[in-house]
Design a protein around this ligand. Structure first.
Ligand SMILES: [Zn+2]
Length: 307
């Protein structure tokens, strides 16, 4: 296995959606390769934002991605070893957010077998089991064990590549904040599509690189971080979904609930004038543990149905 400081930790790739090698550079920060040795950087609650590398846009189709990017084997190792105790702090918020996603999914599928890819500690599946027969894949040994022990969920420490499921065996597949982390999102969507029964729904959530916040904040946008290696827009995610034989039924922004304290922690990498002022206000009002629903309109949820 290559060490993180090895020059070959990174690899240059062609566009995942159209195969073109013709790209334009959007942002460039040296990629913090040392994070590959540190499972914390792969955590959902990481505060590793800068050091996101060289982010390019494909001239052919518009897909935005990190290039060069860490080799897939290193990414898999990172997620397998990922431990994220902070993730558990917002358990009530995460359950509510799962119910918000499920409300959307139920517009297209109300029951049957549901698979979550990247199930983490199981909040989403625990909410989904009210209506669905649920199962999950989660590469992190730590997170999948919590899902099994705490929620008694059927969550396997595997990926879409290693899991053995019969084609057309699920009514719904969900990937919440997952697709932007994968080395080959096109392959993942094709595999997910294969697992769906005709009429089954694929539910995706991912940050939107063409959102107003992303455009205004530029390199300060929260979506840019070392663990994200693809940055989709409604148009580029549609390219992958449609080429996998899925028909897009819904694309819209997704707001979430978190405590004020959590939202505040997300501002850490902004200039102190911004984060400091908000921190003072939150503390003065004593609302750190209160819940706040916020739709910054830069996360999108997408439902696509298998033809
Ligand atoms: Zn392309």
């Amino acid at each position: 296995m290559n060490g993180p400081s090895d020059a070959s930790a990174m690899e240059t790739v062609s566009c995942n959606a159209c195969g073109s090698e013709n790209v334009r550079v959007l942002f460039h920060r040296p990629y913090r390769e040392e994070i590959l040795a540190d499972g914390e950087s792969f955590a959902a609650t990481t505060d590793q934002f800068q050091g996101f590398g060289r982010i390019v846009r494909c001239v052919g189709c518009g897909l935005v991605f990190t290039n060069p990017r860490p080799r897939e084997a290193l990414l898999l190792k990172g997620y397998g070893e990922c431990v994220d105790e902070t993730y558990l702090d917002e358990s009530s918020s995460r359950s509510i957010n799962a119910h918000l996603s499920l409300r959307t999914i139920r517009r297209f599928k109300r029951s049957g077998r549901l698979l979550e890819v990247g199930a983490s500690t199981g909040y989403f599946l625990n909410a989904a089991r009210v209506d669905f027969e649920v199962e999950g894949l989660e590469p992190s040994a730590w997170a999948s064990k919590i899902a099994r022990d705490r929620f008694r969920l059927d969550v396997h420490p595997e990926t879409l590549e290693t899991a053995r499921y019969e084609p057309e065996s699920f009514d719904a597949v969900a990937m919440v904040d997952v697709i932007e982390h994968l080395a080959d999102p096109k392959r993942a969507i094709e595999r997910a599509a294969r697992l769906l029964k005709p009429g089954g729904v694929l539910y995706l959530m991912t940050p939107s690189i063409t959102s107003l916040s992303a455009r205004l904040l530029g390199s300060y946008w929260w979506g840019l971080r070392p663990a994200h290696i693809y940055y989709f827009s409604p148009e580029t995610i549609a390219l992958l979904l449609e080429s996998a034989g899925l028909e897009i039924k819904l694309t819209r922004s997704f707001g979430r609930i978190f405590t004020y304290g959590y939202w505040l922690s997300r501002l850490k990498h902004y200039p102190r004038a911004v984060s400091g002022a908000v921190a003072l206000a939150v503390r003065a009002l004593d609302i750190e543990d209160k819940l706040l629903y916020l739709d910054t309109r830069d996360s999108m949820e997408v439902c696509a149905v298998k033809r």
